[in-house]
Ligand binder design. Structure first.
Ligand code: JCE
Length: 233
């Protein structure tokens, strides 16, 4: 059982995590997803979670106190917890990281907003023996907050867990197509289903041949061609 916790000021934004593949995984008891409202930790009448940046500059920064209180509460009986802080300045998320997270016990996602979270939050938990802190980006672009990035990581991670995908063969096929472990470049051949002709476009004849050796060879060539194309773009 892999446990996911998320902290956000927009908990409703994370509702899709309970649908589809992940919803089924929750029902099967393979994962749990616990969504927490950061504002539940605020003590002032305005429920403030942000303040002006020291040193000046545009925008607001999220105050450390509500984050510390929320994280302490969620982790109070955890002996091994990975704290994932989403930030465009973090280490780039990839398939290898998804596989690492799939082997952990409890993943806690800090989904910030505004200009991000006071840097001392990560610093504080990095100094605690039961925490591993990861600052992660999902790509070189700036989102409005960490929620969508957390959902990307959770979807990529949960589908690697035994029993989450209906057909475990699909994972096996993927792992064959991971080239090297350093690049983690995924290549796939193009897929076709019925009908054999659609709007004048035909399915490649070899796929209708029933010749499994020829099909495997054709798919490998296609995957390699796609990999070469990626290098040129
Ligand atoms: C986030 C913001 C920094 C200005 C919390 C953006 C991750 N790959 C990623 N792209 N963007 C994010 C991300 C994650 C968390 C937060 N912002 C907005 N960040 C500078 C604005 C706030």
């Amino acid at each position: 059982m892999l446990r996911f916790d998320l902290i956000s000021i927009f908990p409703e934004y994370l509702a899709p995590l309970k649908l589809s593949l992940l919803g089924k995984a929750i029902e099967k008891g393979l994962i749990s997803i616990n969504i927490h409202d950061l504002r539940d930790q605020t003590k002032d009448v305005h429920h403030s979670v942000d303040d002006t940046p020291y040193g000046g500059g545009a925008g607001m920064v999220m105050s450390p106190a509500p984050w510390g209180d929320a994280i302490d509460q969620i982790s109070s009986d955890s002996d091994q917890i990975d704290l994932i802080i989403l930030t465009p300045a973090g280490k780039k998320f990839d398939q290898k990281m998804a596989s690492y997270f799939a082997h952990r016990r409890q993943l806690l996602f800090a989904c910030g907003r505004y200009e991000g979270i006071d840097a001392r939050v990560g610093q504080y938990y990095a100094g605690k023996s039961n925490f591993k802190v990861h600052e992660i980006s999902i790509g070189d672009y700036v989102l409005g907050g960490g929620e969508v990035a957390a959902m990307v990581i959770i979807e990529a991670t949960a589908r690697l867990l035994p029993g989450v995908l209906g057909n475990p063969e699909s994972l096996k096929e993927e792992s064959h197509s991971i080239i090297g472990s350093s690049e983690d470049l995924l290549v796939e051949y193009p897929n076709f289903t019925k009908p054999a002709v659609w709007r004048g476009l035909e399915v490649p004849e070899v796929l209708l041949s029933g010749n499994h050796g020829a099909i495997a060879k054709w798919r490998k060539e296609q995957a390699e061609r796609r990999t070469d194309q990626l290098g040129k773009e």
